[in-house]
Design a protein around this ligand. Structure first.
Ligand SMILES: O=C(O)CCC(=O)C(=O)O
Ligand SMILES: [Fe+2]
Length: 213
């Protein structure tokens, strides 16, 4: 009996607690240095290697049966990551993601059962117009997750901010977030509209969704 109870006791993790508080209070959380310099550098090498090998495809909108490439809406190229077939950089990535997911499931009973992640590259001149991540008829998407893999010297002139639209007492507020390396943004997929502003320099990231059912 005691053993069973002890199993349910989770040691409090300050960073994850902050993410949960942020999500409850403002529906998004920004975590700087979620990935350290070394992890970002390995993941950046990985994304660029695959990009150079031509593994990416133009990102589409709509569900899998009704996919259209709509450059007027989004101009990024993506590559899905198969967790069953990962390189060492991606192993580091999923170790951190899985630790977070298991904490969320144990402390918030979120019921995250599935996840999907892809690399994304926004070439110069591209953007992703304002949208909700559940427009693809997939209401299982609960939390959206973006992690940036840009260089240390990413400048404001490079553009490519993530803009998140929130509502404060009926007034819309636009919050702009720079895609700084190692920074992670997590937000409520079904609630928060957002967009990627036009980029002036190739912009690198991993985007994913934590899903229920
Ligand atoms: O890269 C970002 O900052 C957000 C990407 C995005 O909104 C998406 O892929 O759905
Ligand atoms: Fe999105």
């Amino acid at each position: 009996m005691t053993a069973l109870f002890e199993d349910l006791v989770v040691a409090e993790h300050p960073l994850y607690e902050k993410i949960i508080d942020d999500l409850l209070n403002q529906q998004y959380s920004i975590i700087d240095n979620f990935f350290d310099e070394n992890e970002v550098s390995k993941l950046r090498d990985s994304i660029l290697l695959k990009y150079e090998a031509d593994a990416f495809k133009k990102a589409a909108i709509g569900n899998r049966l009704n996919e259209t490439v709509e450059k007027a809406i989004r101009g990024d190229v993506i590559l899905w990551i198969d967790e069953q077939c990962v390189n060492p950089a991606e192993t580091l990535f999923f170790n951190k993601i899985n630790a977070l997911v298991s904490y969320l499931n144990r402390t918030c009973f979120l019921g995250i059962l599935h996840k999907e992640f892809h690399y994304a590259i926004y070439p110069k001149g591209t953007f992703y117009k304002r949208h909700l991540d559940t427009f693809q008829n997939d209401d299982r998407r609960k939390l959206s997750f973006v992690c940036y893999l840009n260089n240390e010297d990413w400048q404001p002139e490079n553009g490519g901010e993530l803009a998140i639209y929130t509502n404060a007492n009926g007034v819309e507020v636009e919050k702009k977030i720079y895609p700084l390396p190692g920074r992670v943004v997590i937000f409520e997929s079904q609630i928060l509209e957002h967009e990627v502003k036009p980029v002036n320099t190739k912009r690198l990231s991993i985007t994913g969704w934590l899903k229920t059912r």
